[in-house]
Ligand binder design. Sequence first.
Ligand SMILES: NC(=O)c1ccc[n+]([C@@H]2O[C@H](COP(=O)([O-])OP(=O)(O)OC[C@H]3O[C@@H](n4cnc5c(N)ncnc54)[C@H](O)[C@@H]3O)[C@@H](O)[C@H]2O)c1
Length: 439
Amino acid sequence: MSATELDPISTPSPISAAEIANAMKQETNPWAAQAARFEFAARKLNLDPGIWRVLSLPSREIIVHIPVAMDNGQVQVFTGYRVQHSIARGPAKGGIRYAPDVSLDEVRALAAWMTWKCAVVNIPFGGAKGGVICDPQKMSQGELERMTRRYTASLIEFIGPEKDVPAPDVNTNEQTMAWIMDTYSMHMGQTVTGVVTGKPLDLGGSRGRREATGRGVSVMCDQSLKYLAKPCDSCRVIVQGFGNVGSNTAAILAQKGYKIIGIAEYNGGLINRNGINIPALLKYRAANGTINGFTEAEPIDPAELLVTECDILIPAATENVITSQNAGKVKARILCEGANGPTTAAADEILAENGVFVVPDILANSGGVTTSYFEWVQDRQGYFWAEVDVNDRLDRIMRESFEAVLSYATTHKVNNRIAAYMLAIDRVAFTIKQRGIYA
Ligand SMILES: NC(=O)c1ccc[n+]([C@@H]2O[C@H](COP(=O)([O-])OP(=O)(O)OC[C@H]3O[C@@H](n4cnc5c(N)ncnc54)[C@H](O)[C@@H]3O)[C@@H](O)[C@H]2O)c1
């Protein structure tokens, strides 16, 4: 049976075909969004049906219920996940997020995207993701530490430098990674820095890792403008999300001469058509805990910013923010996806009709995992590189990956997102074929 004849009933999925169809309509389920793009790309590749089935499902899904002693003396139980989508190309790799709306389908999608992302940049990792359902804003540092350590202990036999290497994601940071590294090391009876990436510098972290995702996004903006033969000077940029990815992207782009005219946060937005002073805004946010009230820009509805006239729009916050509802109103020439899964499958079609040049998430935000790979290599070598070497190697990989995706898009006459999936699936499938199916 050829891939194009593949019977959907024989194509495994953790959720039913009806659930996928419903989720596609509602544009809310990231697993459905991932599955739709995978299926399209797999058909284009005429992917072997057996490999199609293997890659349609995560290889391992772990659910843990974590008891935590809270500051008020009560015991609270949190639910956490770790999904390993593929270890075909190397240890599983992917971040851990803490948020109230974490779900298994979201973690599954994020794990699959990690497989594709690592393959797009051709680094020797598979894909994984983790998450804990909690509201970190309402938890003390002590509660977060105890939850992190217990979550790590619950996963102890499944993670490790050669098995699965977590990293920061939404609402987790260098401190979270330090706790995970310490907990894992205590269980192993020795310090094992390579179990996580995104660690503090003094604990085996890499120079340049904190800014790496933003730096990678900035290289994608440079390459897109070059490809479209447009100047970068004073190019107008709007960024959604002012966390790790958004703020570093904005700061690096501003240094490169781009004009950051808008910043959208979940609780407010800022606009200044002459360009927002990003270092000043970073200082203001550090002092006030919010971007709201910054007087060197006008307040604006954050949803409005996504459809405001600009050259480059960078969603760098969360999933499903460009949907069929607003995609037709996007006025940017380039959509460069700092976040994972910011655009729904329905929105993709509208953006394509309107000629928006999309740099898809699995390419655009791959700078983070690429520098995580450098961190893992440095931990294993016990030899730490200068920041300039980290950044030069990152820039080179990002540029080469952009070229590879664009060349797939041209050769196969598909959009950039499907090209990135095709390139990734092709690489993972090749490895699975070479390894064979263990029996
Ligand atoms: N940290 C990394 O290295 C990395 C790497 C690749 C991809 N990503 C992806 O980038 C995105 C952001 O990750 P991060 O690490 O910067 O997280 P973060 O927690 O540091 O920052 C997220 C920011 O987005 C804001 N935000 C949340 N929902 C929003 C909304 N609906 N509208 C506007 N702002 C909103 C938050 O207030 C916060 O400032 C996620 O999709 C993540 O998976 C992160």
